[in-house]
Design a protein around this ligand. Structure first.
Ligand SMILES: [Fe+2]
Length: 311
């Protein structure tokens, strides 16, 4: 979802709000954070891009997620698409953490299957990327491993019948939030660098783009983080003679999961391969590129895009 954020907010006498409540998926929650900031700061939203650029504390923000993917309810970042620049801005700072978050799994009880699938795969990507990211710590690792187990243990049944599977519904929602704690305190990596670039250029759901590229980025990153990838594999019960075999089985499982969840293939999006150089360049310039476990240049991103296109 894309937003033309208001340049600034004006309130008449007695009209100023006391707080902002965001209800919805990642885009509405992030828009809510941005509005809480604009309510107390006078400039355009673009002027607050980056870390702690606001002069005045934003209004208190209440986050109520209704999807199982964003993690925005526990992060300090608001991602807003600047449609003129075709760019996803990150506006962040400690005062942008929600004052209160209400995380109720029953709010996703009527979410359609494609939304369970795509937002659940976004949450899985958050957890896996946080775990493999360069800034990962023991604390973020704990959250990431927990989230991977919760999400992979619940997403298939939840996507088939979310209403009839109360336990899986709860685990998926919980997993999404815990994944938010992981990546919010570590970082995401190359998957999000690509999905944010594609999402800024084309109207493609964020979670769908992540699911398309997650296995291909993992494959490319494998030489740089085989032992950690093997830990994730063993977390979900994969046993193999070597770390590399375990990691490769984990990657295969994620690829198969996307098929089961009916995530479309990258090729089906009708993106001209002529655009790969532009997407690769944007991905390379994404702030999270530095957090990827393997150093990637624009040519590496082109290789990943080509591999995903050939699927
Ligand atoms: Fe995401």
């Amino acid at each position: 979802m894309q937003y033309h954020m208001p340049a600034r907010l004006y309130f008449g006498p007695g009209e100023a709000p006391d707080l902002v409540i965001g209800l919805g998926g990642g885009s509405p929650l992030d828009a809510g954070k941005a509005l809480a900031l604009l309510a107390t700061n006078p400039k355009n939203i673009q002027d607050y891009e980056g870390k702690e650029k606001y002069a005045v504390d934003p209004l208190p923000f209440v986050a109520i997620p209704t999807t199982c993917g964003t993690g925005s309810e526990v992060t300090w970042v608001s991602v807003i698409t600047d449609v003129d620049r075709k760019f996803k801005m990150s506006i962040k700072g400690p005062k942008l953490y929600p004052a209160v978050s209400i995380v109720d799994p029953d709010l996703i009880a009527t979410l359609p299957k494609p939304m369970i699938a795509s937002t659940g795969m976004d949450a899985l990507t958050h957890a896996v990327e946080a775990y493999l990211s360069k800034p990962a710590t023991l604390i973020t690792d704990t959250h990431a491993v927990k989230a991977v187990g919760l999400i992979l243990g619940s997403i298939e049944k939840a996507s088939v019948d979310i209403k009839g599977h109360a336990r899986q519904r709860e685990e998926l929602m919980y997993g999404s939030m815990v994944a938010g704690l992981a990546f919010g305190n570590a970082d995401v990596t190359a998957v999000h660098c690509i999905s944010e670039s594609i999402g800024a250029l084309y109207d493609i759901p964020h979670g769908v783009a992540n699911a398309m590229f997650l296995p291909h980025v993992l494959e490319y990153n494998l030489p740089a983080c085989t032992p950690k990838m093997a830990v994730l594999a063993r977390t979900i019960g994969i046993s193999a003679a070597s770390d590399e075999q375990a990691a490769r089985t984990f990657i295969r499982k994620i690829k198969d999961l996307s098929r089961v969840l009916e995530i479309p293939l990258f090729r089906s999006l009708d993106i001209d391969p002529d655009q790969f150089a532009l997407i690769a360049d944007m991905s390379y310039k994404n702030n999270s590129n530095a957090s990827n476990p393997r150093d990637l240049g624009p040519a590496d991103y082109q290789n990943i895009l080509k591999a995903a296109y050939g699927d």
